[in-house]
Design a protein around this ligand. Structure first.
Ligand code: NAD
Length: 484
């Protein structure tokens, strides 16, 4: 892997701008340098995207879909390079990276190729009036993404944006630029028209991210990240009224009813709390468990948390990964300390693991299970984004729903029950964009994805993505009577 990450503008790598250091989350060591795009480089990337736009937008959708499929195939060919790049940036386990992060990237291009190519046009024909709609791309789209699922989340936006005829400038997280650098190489290797996909690296506020979203040549912003960053971006684009699609933070609830299959609820909660080190926007941080099974559930969840293996990323049975950075580890640990101060009972974890090797320099924290805090405590209200959950008992279905909905966020929720009626009733009462019943993180890429309240604006997925990345123009024609 190269020891320097560059930008990708107009189809070529660009090694310009200052540099900043990238660290290995497993050991805390500095591993390489990343170029930072200033206003001039952002300007050049936007100009390259704008120059490529007319040609790309004019391609028949079937041809754009063919490019998307070629990208998907080329991702498969560079699969192991992408796995290595993602692990180097994040310290994820190889098992997860091979089965989730990188395959979903290829699927993001392939599925949007099919969805875009097969989308029917709409037309309404009255006796003397024909109304029909054409959809046109938005133009140059800024794609700004976070560090937790770098390849998966970026391609989730790039795929449909390109399929709908836009050109893109992508700003990966400053912490995880590696897999987008490989995607840029892939795009160049298959001859994707220069300027269709551009990548600029750098920080957010006062740097590349802000320069990009503010740029007058950018027509729309699609963003995944923290709610307060979404709010800052909204202010940046307000003067130009640019369309935004926001996938933001969460403080997701899981409800476990006494009639649930408890084995499945415990194992499902282990996944929903600890996957990716708890660093998935969909992870559960608040669990509510019906009182008759509360004590058993807490004991079993805590037992499983203590068992989760802290191997190295390359070990196949590794379950726990490090936090992404020293700063984020310190943030998660500050919530562990806060929980103790607020009087929580700690059933598992609560600290930092000790390895006796170079991982002691890395950013690991223990998977943690807490009880005993009131609903209003900060630990129960603020997104921690680490391998931690608080578990509280409830006595009725109405109380469970009220507790789950008592949040400023509304991204995802999980319901564990064997009652079909309760499953539908509760799922329909939860204020969340996504509700899973007796499972978690099962996704059909055609379904709408997104959150309510502080968790976002708009939906992506299937035709919902294409709706955001294109704009309809309705054309209505008064038909003349015939002259036979
Ligand atoms: P973040 O908001 O700090 O950063 C995300 C991206 O925005 C980065 O590329 C960053 O450089 C850039 N950025 C920051 N400030 C900016 C500004 N003022 N203008 C333009 N760009 C700016 O988020 P993060 O810490 O990288 O990621 C974690 C967050 O992402 C969590 O809150 C998590 O819930 C959320 N997330 C949400 C989803 C979802 O689908 N809803 C998915 C994954 C992560």
């Amino acid at each position: 892997m190269s020891d320097q990450v560059t930008h990708f503008i107009g189809g070529v790598p660009v090694a310009e701008g200052g540099t900043f250091a990238a660290y290995d989350p497993v050991t805390g060591r500095r591993v390489r340098r990343v170029r930072e795009a200033d206003r001039d480089l952002v300007d050049r990337a936007v100009a390259a995207a704008r120059a490529a736009l007319p040609g790309w937008a004019a391609l028949p959708v079937a041809e754009r879909a063919a490019w998307m499929r070629r990208l998907g195939d080329a991702i498969e060919e560079r699969f192991e390079d992408l796995v290595s790049a993602e692990i180097a940036d994040t310290g994820k386990s190889v098992a997860q990276t091979r089965t989730l992060d990188i395959p979903r990237g290829a699927a993001n291009f392939r599925s949007f190729a099919e969805i875009a190519a097969q989308r029917p046009e709409s037309a309404f024909h009255l006796t003397d009036v024909l109304s029909y709609t054409v959809r046109r791309p938005l133009g140059v789209v800024a794609v700004v993404v976070p560090w937790n699922l770098p390849f998966l989340l970026a391609t989730w936006k790039i795929g449909p944006a390109l399929a709908a005829g836009n050109t893109v400038v992508v700003k990966p997280s400053e912490l995880t630029p590696g897999s987008m650098a490989v995607l840029a190489e892939i795009a160049a290797s298959i001859g994707l028209p220069p300027g269709v996909l551009n990548v600029v690296n750098g920080f957010g506020t006062g740097s590349t991210g802000q320069f990009l979203v503010e740029h007058p040549g950018v027509d729309a912003v699609t963003f995944t990240g923290e709610s307060r960053t979404g709010s800052a971006i909204m202010k940046s684009v307000a003067d130009r009224v640019k369309p935004v699609s926001f996938e933001l933070g969460g403080k997701n609830a899981g409800l476990v009813f006494a009639d649930a299959d408890l084995d499945a609820a415990v194992e499902g909660s282990v996944r929903s709390v600890f996957t990716n080190g708890g660093q998935v926007c969909l992870c559960t941080e608040r669990l509510y468990v019906e009182r008759p099974v509360f004590a058993e559930f807490v004991a079993r969840l805590a037992g499983r948390a203590r068992e989760l293996a802290f191997g190295r990323p390359e070990d196949e049975d590794t379950a726990m990964m490090p936090m992404i950075s020293a700063e984020h580890r310190d943030k998660v640990l500050s919530y562990y300390a806060l929980a103790k101060d607020e009087g929580a009972e700690i059933h598992a974890g609560g600290g930092v693991p000790h390895f006796g090797d170079d991982r002691d320099g890395g950013y690991y924290v223990e998977p943690t299970v807490l009880t005993g805090l009131p609903p209003g405590s900060r630990v129960n209200r603020e997104e921690i984004f680490g391998p931690v959950c608080h578990v509280a008992p409830f006595d009725s279905e109405a109380e469970a729903v009220a507790l789950a909905n008592d949040s400023e966020y509304g991204l995802a929720a999980t319901v564990w029950t064997s009652s079909l009626g309760r499953a539908h009733r509760v799922a329909q009462s939860l204020q969340a964009g996504l509700v899973w019943v007796n499972t978690w993180y099962l996704r059909d890429l055609r379904t709408p994805f997104g959150g309510v309240k502080l968790s976002g604006i708009g939906r992506e997925g299937g035709t919902h993505s294409l709706d955001f990345y294109s704009e309809p123009t309705t054309i209505t024609i008064k038909l003349e009577p015939g002259h036979d």
